[in-house]
Design a protein around this ligand. Structure first.
Ligand SMILES: C[S@@+](CC[C@H](N)C(=O)[O-])C[C@H]1O[C@@H](n2cnc3c(N)ncnc32)[C@H](O)[C@@H]1O
Length: 455
């Protein structure tokens, strides 16, 4: 169909996205080739681009092409993203040797500094109090990455809230066996006993728990449908599929077709809004289903979702023309989400309105706040002040701590991540992470209350 395929998710438009630092357009990322060298390289007849061949030839590419052939010529982008991130051997998140943190492909908040987990541990402790200090308190983390977030939360609870720690039953979940094994090893190395499971298996167990389900950048890693609405009034929906490229034997290309499922139109009917005419956007049906199942596992408690996302009216605002899908490799935004499948991280912002609705009956939702706001009221300024007191003795540590504060609250990066808090049979009012900054800090900047968190 007429529209050009999605070659550029416009990295500059959505800064941040699993990276704590660098932003920029592709033009800013690729240095121009010096003129004299370019002349040498580009003279003569045009030759096929063998470098492009190498870029496409990931071990996963073959499986994607097989899936396309088996499906009769095209697969949904959702299916492509599920393979690209989760193919059992070659998926981005499932493969051996996935590196986390600054040395890896991206740096999430728990990888920036343990203070992130320590601050959220304070919130977890308050949730436990609010639930009446249950003897068995489930602390569930889906999509636990390297395990760093869970380790930091548990470390703080063990040190600063021993009664809560004694009641806590950690449940660490992931979609991929290699990640589950690494998470088990990380928690064991830090001296923590936990239940480790594949998320599907845990969700399929009938028993429910009381406690907190807390996740960081889990939902934005779940596959999305790519769609486009056309026409003025209601909706003609077009879905973007992935097919073999016509111009390259092993290449992939976007092709448009009718929606693969009526759930796409139903999704927007439920929301009561439509994206702009001709705007490309994402529909995260997998994230909605994951939230529905997670919420159903909680008898009583809190769901804390920390993720790149917007309320539906912002995510699908008429001015947003190209959605939020982004591709990353080595901290750099990539222009083509179909390139190097399995070596490229793919992510799309979550629809916070749909996630909240997915939790279902009995759940209450607070208006989302930003990560910068939440960490501030959880005590980041006092933590930094306490760290500053020791700066003379250990300047390097203080510099590291100060960098962490800036990175975690950067309004153009991790600081703009949203925090969605939901509660079932438990009070939302007065939750620490939802307090207004003005109500938390006196005009002289001093915190109200007696807490002095440490870095
Ligand atoms: C962006 S990482 C975030 C990791 C960690 N929470 C952090 O903040 O560093 C996404 C996590 O979700 C897991 N994941 C991705 N797709 C998944 C899926 N379909 N089902 C379950 N887990 C998945 C990945 O293995 C990874 O642990």
């Amino acid at each position: 169909m007429g529209r050009p395929p999605l070659t550029s998710p416009s990295p500059a438009r959505e800064p941040g996205g699993r990276r704590s630092g660098a932003q920029g357009t592709i033009a800013g990322v690729i240095d121009p080739i010096p003129r004299h060298l370019a002349g040498d390289l580009t003279g003569g007849d045009p030759a096929p681009d063998d470098f492009a061949l190498a870029a496409r030839s990931t071990p996963l590419a073959r499986f994607v092409l097989d899936a396309i052939d088996a499906a009769g010529g095209r697969i949904t982008f959702e299916r492509f993203m599920a393979l690209a991130l989760g193919h059992p051997e070659h998926g981005y998140y499932s493969r051996a040797g996935l590196a986390w943190g600054r040395d890896g492909d991206y740096e999430t908040s728990p990888e920036v500094h343990p203070i992130f987990g320590y601050l959220w541990a304070r919130q977890v402790e308050q949730c436990w109090e609010r639930l009446g200090r249950p003897d068995r308190f489930a602390l569930v983390e889906p999509g636990a990455g390297s395990g760093a977030f869970a380790v930091a939360i548990l470390t703080w609870l063990r040190a600063r809230a021993p009664a809560c720690f004694a009641a806590t039953r950690p449940v660490i979940l992931d979609g991929h066996p290699r990640r589950v094994a690494e998470q088990r090893a990380a928690l064991a190395a830090a001296g923590f006993a936990a239940e480790h499971a594949l998320i599907d298996e845990w969700l399929s167990q009938p028993q429910r728990v009381t406690g907190v389900i807390i996740s960081n950048e889990y939902f934005d890693a779940l596959p999305v449908h790519l769609v486009e609405r056309r026409g003025d009034a209601s909706a003609e929906w077009v879905e973007w599929y992935v097919a073999r490229a016509a111009d390259h034997v092993d290449g992939l290309a976007f092709v448009a077709g009718p929606p693969s499922t009526p759930q796409i139109a139903a999704h927007f009917a439920r929301l009561g809004l439509l994206p702009g005419d001709g705007a490309r956007t994402e529909v995260g049906l997998a994230a909605i289903e994951a939230m529905r199942r997670l919420a159903a596992k909680l008898e009583r408690g809190y769901l804390v979702t920390i993720d790149y996302g917007y309320a539906a009216r912002d995510l699908y605002a008429p001015w947003r023309r190209e959605g939020t899908l982004m591709a990353f490799r080595r901290h750099s935004p990539q222009p083509d989400p179909l390139a190097a499948p399995g070596r490229t991280d793919l992510t799309a912002h979550v629809d916070l309105t749909a996630l909240a609705a997915a939790a279902g009956e009995g759940w209450h939702t607070a208006p989302p706040v930003t990560q910068a706001e939440a960490l501030t009221v959880l005590g980041l300024p006092e933590a930094l002040r306490a760290a500053a007191a020791g700066a003379a003795a250990d300047a390097l540590r203080f510099v590291t701590d100060r960098r962490a504060v800036a990175v975690l609250t950067d309004p153009a990066g991790l600081g703009r991540i949203r925090v969605l808090v939901m509660a079932k049979d438990a009070p939302l009012d007065g939750l620490r992470c939802l307090r207004a900054i003005e109500a938390t800090y006196a005009s002289d900047g001093a915190a109200r209350g007696d807490e002095r968190p440490e870095m």
